[in-house]
Design a protein around this ligand. Sequence first.
Ligand code: PHE
Length: 419
Amino acid sequence: MRKNAIIFISLAVLSFGLLGCPPKEGGGAGTGASGGADILVGEYGSMTGPQATFGQSTHNGIMMAADEVNAAGGINGRKIKVLSEDDQSKQEEAANAVTKLISQNNVVAILGEVASSASIAAAPICQSAKVPMITPSSTNDEVTRKGNFIFRICFTDSYQGEYQAVFADGWCTANNKPKNVAMLTDVKSDYSQGLAKVFSAKFGTLGGKIAGTQSYANGDSDFHSQLTAIKGTNPSIIYVPGYYTDIGQIAIQARDLGITAPLLGGDGWESPRLIEIGGKSLEGCFYTNHYFYADPSPVVSSFVQKYKERYKQTPDALAALGYDAMKTLADAMKRAAKLDGPSIRDAIGQTKGLVGVTGTINIDANRNATGKKLVIEEIKNGQLTLKATIDPATGGKVVMNDGAAPSTTPSTATSTTTH
Ligand code: PHE
């Protein structure tokens, strides 16, 4: 209800803005680089608020990629200029940010958001203005169903969630534990709800049982009552598909209550703040992710080195995805017949075999990236370590990093969904 109202108001503001100021081909006024005016690209993200590191890391990755493209001649001689808007980790602000980028700044394309609920709030605005949007990292299946101008370069939750279930199943077997998992989900997040659905369905088909589901709303600070109920079901694993700020608190409170079961989560745990907040309580916990920073492959190690030199920190997955999203957009703009929304949209849709830090980018007919790699990380001695890798190019098996026997491939998992 609230979401619909936000979309309605934003669309109204947007049509008003467009009437007053029709978009020009190739974006609004730039600074006049040698090959023509700068090409304006919009970015919206959570630079502040409870998911601040999502937006900050993504921004760093985007800027590094844009600078590289510009240094190498830009888009057929024209430079990219990124205009960034902070949505403060709020869905309604995400819609406002996108409206502003389109109607006031005349951007030709938009990168963002990280959180799926924010992408879902803003995507209809991009769609109705025919401005292509690429989300670097929103995994909820619904995001790219918002229209034919909406793309993603990360895997989906139907992919991520199934592999989490396969991993949980394998972990219970390897540790002689009953296949009994409790879930704690965020009612305010499309991401959390979507993942819980996929995970529980897949875990069920593998013979596992969901002992019970408790919920919270992001921003809550007291999780004791939910965790007490969970403790009563004596789960082998607690599945928590949430975001890092909440996860850190949940882990601390779970250990306070004497719960020793590992927590298992998704990419939403990824943040330099995760271990800072959760500390020792996160030891032995696992989450799925888009890349592992210490992957020795040349493409990852050269990205990590360049990023460290520039920002004096280790890039997380958001930085890598932001970088890949900008590179995907730049590649499409170079190939586009014209720099207008429909032409850029067509070119993004034709992306094939683009080598990215998070894997090779191939966009399918549903505007999702197919065949992306997935890693499972474990928090060990206060560090992120690689537990397992799944690479669709080599059969999609869960390959354990310690050489243990690989688990079976999920029967229905693909990196995209077609339903
Ligand atoms: N996949 C999350 C979502 O859709 C966002 C996210 C991606 C967070 C990658 C961290 C790392 O909401």
